[in-house]
Design a protein around this ligand. Sequence first.
Ligand SMILES: Nc1ncnc2c1ncn2[C@@H]1O[C@H](COP(=O)(O)OP(=O)(O)O)[C@@H](O)[C@H]1O
Ligand SMILES: [Mg+2]
Length: 441
Amino acid sequence: MTVLIQNMLHEIEQLPDYEVFGRVTGVSGMLVEVGGAHGALSVGDRCALIARTGRRVPCEVVGFRAGCALLMAFTALEGIGLGCRAEVTESQPAIYPHPAWLGRVIDAFGEPVDGKGPLPKGDVPYAVRATPPSAHLRGRVKGKVDLGVRALNTFLTCCRGQRMGIFSGSGVGKSSLLAMMARHTRLDATVVGLIGERGREAREFLEDDLGPDGLARSVVVCATSDESPLMRRQAAHTAMAVAEFFRDTGRDILVLMDSITRFAMAQREISLSAGEPPASKGYTPSVFAELPKLLERAGPGAGGVGSITGLFTVLVEGDDMNEPISDAVRGILDGHVVLDRAIAERGRYPAINVLRSVSRTMPACNSVEENALVGRARRLMATYEDMAELIRLGAYRTGSNPEVDEAVHYSAPLEQFLAQAKTEATDLAAGYAALEQILSH
Ligand SMILES: Nc1ncnc2c1ncn2[C@@H]1O[C@H](COP(=O)(O)OP(=O)(O)O)[C@@H](O)[C@H]1O
Ligand SMILES: [Mg+2]
């Protein structure tokens, strides 16, 4: 009860001293035109349309045209007609995170959606669309993160404050890999953003993958595919804002986001509706401007206080790694993990193609011995891959090249090393030890 009263007081404090409103002058598709208040509005502002039934429809200003503001709604537009009132509510949308949000599932507005009652609100507003700390103020990425996945811990070591992408076509295991990390990673807290995925998947993720223990140290921000593009886009930003709150308390945070592609698609829907012309593959220029604004929010905190390590999944359409979104995201992040359909079809999960993946910060955070060990394993795998076709065809004769013989010798144990069941966790030390063990035989 006290939480409710506190929240009410909080809402009252937020009320503006005076009210500005306009009127709906047109509705087309998902877009609402509002006249009369454009002097008080700018892009990104929050408004509420008052439907004829009295229902309030939250909206965001997405553009201006011919003297009118263009708004998009977060929820359905039923009941909105010409002349309906449009109240200006917030100019810098913010959420008020609180430590008690751990263990809860929230929507893009920071409201609980798990049926576990109201959420307490913190005192400090966190802008939903905050700008990332400037590069000069930020600490450097340092210290390894134990992701609990052998293949990543050894070959693609991730450091605190690093941002990595997980790339693959559909059904190759991105979400499953993310789920493994959600369960096995040992950092101070996890923020999971489920953006635009199927409702069934969100449920399965919470109940089967995360489980009660995982959920207890996580905040899950969820906007499923049936929700409006504004909800999906904002949910991604809300997840980052929650992570920033926990980072500012000096903690090391893991952000897992599934998926960045759905975030980009939401931005595409929004900007196409607002009349922006498409550029590459139907994606508008603003999609490519929005991506770094979201992804750059992960990273080390200013002054070395706390960090946000980010892992983001990217759906690669038609397994074409050069399609525009993958290409753009790969350029922004500090590393990419490529999942390979051919490997998944062989039945080896997680289907990470180590040779095509890279962690840009890894060489600097590893010891000389670790780099040497991983480098040797990589060379063996590369040699095997070059010859794999010939070996399979039986065209390679053992003994003709000692290097290839060595690669063949180690290929089965290395494959076995890379395979890992979803429920199995291994830590950093165990991963290196197992790799060393394999290569010393
Ligand atoms: N570690 C794993 N062990 C066994 N099967 C897996 C594993 N990872 C993925 N799979 C299989 O791959 C399927 C698709 O995985 P999913 O993570 O949903 O792919 P994506 O998110 O890339 O579309 C799963 O339903 C499961 O059958
Ligand atoms: Mg998925």
